[in-house]
Design a protein around this ligand. Structure first.
Ligand SMILES: Cc1ncc(COP(=O)(O)O)c(C=O)c1O
Length: 423
C-alpha cells in the first residue's frame, strides 16, 4: 500500500485524489463488492459506474468475445453500432432518435454543446450553480463546482449561473409550494438580459449529484425548458449519473419531471466501466450539426464499445434493475428517515431509487454544514468495509449510489453501520 502510494505520487499528476484517510487498494470486483489484496470484501455503496455490477459476467463476456473478433472504427459498416443505437433510442421518447458515440461523459457534454451551438448559432449557456459536467476546458467553464472552486478562474462571459433549486438549503424551501416557479424566475431573468444573438441553451443534471444529490422541484424543469425554447435555446439533460433506471421510478431522470430534452448526454453507467459516452438528439439538431465538417472519434462507437454498451442495456432490462432500484431505494430511504429521528445531525434525507443523499448539519435551525463530521463518517464506514463518498457545495452530503445489484441485505448492513457510527 505504502509503496503504491509513493509510486503514484512520483509518477502521476499530484492533483489526482485518493479516497479515504486510510486508502483502499482494490484488486478485484464482483457485482456490488470490491476486494483488496488480502481478499477482504468491501461493500460498494458509491460507484455508480459499475451499474449492473463490477465485472458483470455478461458484460465481460460480450467485451471479450468482440475483442477477439474485431475492433475498429465507425468508418466501416458494422451492425453492432446500429443495433446498439436502435436499442438505446427505443428507451428514449420521440423525437430523440439520433445517436453519437464517444468515450466519456466529458466528450459527450462537449459534443452536446457543439450540437447546440450549431443549431442555435448562439453561445450563451445557462448552468446551475455547483454543477459539474466534465474535465475539458469548455466543461470547466460551464462547471461552477470547478471554476468557482480552488484553482478556478470563474466563468467566461457566455456562461450564466443560476441558483441550484435545492429545496433544503437553497433560497426557496420544500415548504414553499411556489419554489419551482421562484427558482425558474432566475432563468427568466438571464434570458431577459441577453442581447443578440440570444440563447444557446440550458444544461443541467436531472438530479444534480455533485450539487448534493438534489431532487429538483417537480415543475422546475418544465418551466425552464419552456422558457428556454421560447428564447430559441435548447435543453440539454446531463443524464450521466441519473440514467438507466438508477432513480428507480423512471428509466431517465428527466422523465420524472415529465419533460423531454432536446439533447441527452450519457456516460458513466452505459459502459459499466468501459469508457463509453453518448449523445442522443433529434434529427433536426443532428442535421444542423451536419454542416460539412466530418464528425469522427477514433474510439467512439468502436465495435467492442458497442457490444459492451448493448449488453449493459440488455442486462439492466433482463435483470429488472430499475424496479429493483426502486424497491431497495424505498427500503434505504425508510431506514434513513427513521434514523433521522434518532440523530439530530441528519438534516435531510433525499433522493430516488439508488441515488440518495444524507445531508449532515450541525444544527437543524441554522443548517450549518457538518463537513468534518461527514468526512469522519465516510472514513469510519470505510473502516467497516463500506464505501461511501461525500458531495454537495459543503461536502457534507453522504452520497449513496451503489452498483444496482445492491440488495436488501446490503442496505441493512449499511444502515446498521451508519446508525452505529452516528450514535
Ligand atoms: C454529471 C456528470 N457529467 C459529466 C461527467 C464527466 O464524465 P467523465 O468523467 O466520464 O468525463 C461527470 C463525471 O463525474 C458527471 O458527474
Amino acid at each position: 500500500m505504502e509503496e503504491t502510494l509513493l509510486n503514484r505520487r512520483g509518477l502521476l499528476g499530484r492533483n489526482l485524489s485518493v479516497a479515504y484517510r486510510r486508502p483502499v487498494k482494490i484488486v478485484r470486483g464482483a457485482m456490488q463488492y470490491l476486494y483488496d489484496e488480502a481478499g477482504e470484501q468491501y461493500l460498494d455503496a458509491y460507484n455508480n459506474v459499475a451499474h449492473v455490477g463490477h465485472c458483470h459476467p455478461r458484460v465481460v463476456s460480450a467485451g471479450q468475445q468482440q475483442m477477439a473478433r474485431l475492433n475498429t472504427n465507425t468508418r466501416y459498416l458494422n451492425d453492432l453500432i446500429v443495433d446498439y443505437a436502435a436499442r438505446l433510442t427505443s428507451f428514449l421518447p420521440d423525437p430523440l432518435n439520433v445517436c453519437f458515440f464517444v468515450n466519456s461523459g466529458s466528450e459527450a457534454n462537449e459534443l452536446a454543446i457543439r450540437l447546440a451551438r450549431a443549431h442555435t448559432r448562439s453561445r450563451d449557456l445557462i448552468v446551475l450553480d455547483h454543477a459539474y459536467h466534465g474535465n475539458t476546458t469548455t466543461l470547466i467553464d460551464i462547471s461552477p463546482y470547478k471554476h468557482d472552486g480552488p484553482g478556478g478562474a470563474g466563468p467566461p462571459s457566455w456562461v450564466h449561473k443560476v441558483p441550484q433549486p435545492d429545496l433544503y438549503r437553497g433560497l426557496y424551501k420544500a415548504t414553499d409550494e411556489h419554489a419551482g416557479e421562484k427558482y425558474a424566475q432566475s432563468v427568466y431573468d438571464v434570458i431577459a438580459e441577453l442581447g443578440e444573438p440570444g440563447l444557446c441553451g440550458f444544461i443541467a443534471e436531472s438530479l444534480p449529484s455533485v450539487g448534493g444529490q438534489i431532487v429538483l422541484p417537480h415543475d422546475y424543469l418544465r418551466l425552464v425548458y419552456e422558457a428556454v425554447h421560447q428564447a430559441g435555446g435548447l435543453n440539454i439533460a446531463d443524464e450521466v449519473q441519473t440514467g438507466y433506471g438508477r432513480i428507480g421510478t423512471h428509466f431517465w431522470g428527466f422523465k420524472s419531471y415529465d419533460v423531454i430534452p432536446d439533447i441527452v448526454v450519457l456516460g458513466k453507467p452505459i459502459g459499466n466501466g468501459h469508457p463509453i459516452g453518448a449523445v442522443v438528439t433529434t434529427t433536426e439538431i443532428a442535421d444542423s450539426f451536419n454542416n460539412g465538417m466530418e464528425f469522427f472519434s477514433t474510439f467512439g462507437g468502436n465495435n467492442v464499445s458497442c457490444a459492451i454498451g448493448k449488453e449493459v442495456l440488455d442486462t439492466v432490462i433482463d435483470e429488472g434493475l430499475q424496479l429493483h432500484a426502486d424497491q431497495i431505494g424505498e427500503h434505504l430511504l425508510a431506514g434513513l428517515k427513521d434514523m433521522m429521528k434518532r440523530h439530530e445531525i441528519i438534516g435531510d434525507v433525499r433522493g430516488s431509487g439508488l441515488f440518495l443523499g444524507v445531508e449532515l448539519v450541525k444544527s437543524r435551525e441554522t443548517l450549518e454544514p457538518a463537513t468534518t463530521e461527514a468526512d469522519e463518517v465516510i472514513n469510519l464506514m470505510r473502516s467497516q468495509n463500506i464505501l461511501l463518498g461525500t458531495d454537495g457545495p459543503f461536502h457534507n452530503v453522504l452520497k449513496i449510489r451503489p452498483p444496482m445489484p445492491f440488495n436488501a441485505q446490503d442496505a441493512d448492513r449499511l444502515l446498521t453501520a451508519l446508525d452505529g457510527i452516528l450514535r
